[in-house]
Design a protein around this ligand. Structure first.
Ligand code: ZN
Length: 266
């Protein structure tokens, strides 16, 4: 991109989020496949699409069926925590299990483009660079340690915020508000189980609503990530509970974006 634009856009991803509109307008006229500087790559060769976000927001209990399986009331206001930025990793990752109660949470992740404060819900999508796939990995024992609970630390171990494989701009979706989202777990013996299956039209607080409400308090900055919450089917909600074991592989897919994969080890 840097070569094709003759240096107009930097090769580092974080430089382009603040100029997202300019970038997407420029990219529209570029013949990517036919360009002499194009190189073939697999999506898993890429790192996190926003590798060094200044802020990473997580939204808890944003699907009614997940609030129910957690035994918690449907929130009247978004439940917000942070995943510390050093937990961000790319779409194909090996993840060390720091405990015996690590759980999965498939999530649509919003990537912020243009910065802003006090953004009206009607203008919110103008501040969104696009959507990517995320897993809000959670060590449940640490998350629920103490009172109040410790969501931010329980969800910020190394590589606990995998994202990717790409950012898809909203114009690429038929309906960006309704995307199929799934999590599959493949155990060491090869048994594959679909544990989460929903659609993003089930979000209690929509993407526009979240961007608007967060920006009432916090300045949203280019490259920031918002993990928008997970549907039902997490391990802690199962009877008996199921948590990730060494040798498990978690595959998360969102319609129109792609797939991310993590392999877990001790
Ligand atoms: Zn979550």
């Amino acid at each position: 991109m840097e070569r094709a634009s003759e240096g107009a856009f930097a090769s580092e991803p974080e430089g382009v989020f603040a100029r997202w509109r300019e970038l997407t307008e420029w990219a529209r006229d570029v013949d990517v496949a036919g360009h002499p500087d194009s190189i073939a790559y697999g999506p898993f060769e890429l790192g996190a699409p926003s590798p060094r976000p200044q802020q990473v927001f997580g939204i808890g209990l944003n699907y009614a069926d997940h609030a129910e399986e957690s035994g918690l009331a449907i929130p009247e206001h978004p439940v917000v925590f942070t995943k510390f930025a050093s937990s961000v990793t790319g779409p194909d990752a090996d993840v060390r299990l720091p405990g015996d109660t690590v759980d999965w949470e498939a999530e649509l992740v919003v990537v912020i483009g243009a910065p802003g404060r006090r953004i009206a819900a009607g203008d919110a999508l103008d501040h969104v660079a696009g959507f990517t796939v995320g897993q809000d990995l959670s060590e449940r024992t640490v998350q629920w340690q103490g009172s109040p609970a410790q969501f931010s630390v329980g969800k910020s171990f190394e590589a606990f915020a995998p994202t990717g494989p790409v950012i898809v701009t909203l114009d690429e979706f038929d309906d960006p508000d309704s995307l199929a989202i799934t999590t599959d777990i493949t155990a060491a013996d090869g048994t594959r189980t679909r544990v989460q299956q929903s659609r993003t039209d089930q979000l209690i607080f929509s993407v526009s609503d979240l961007v608007s409400r967060l920006s009432e308090v916090v300045e949203l900055r280019p490259g920031d990530l918002i993990f928008t919450g997970t549907p039902s089917g997490v391990g802690a909600g199962m009877a008996p509970p199921r948590f990730l074991q060494a040798g498990d592989t978690v595959t998360t897919e969102i319609e129109g974006i792609g797939t991310i994969t993590q392999r877990f080890h001790r």
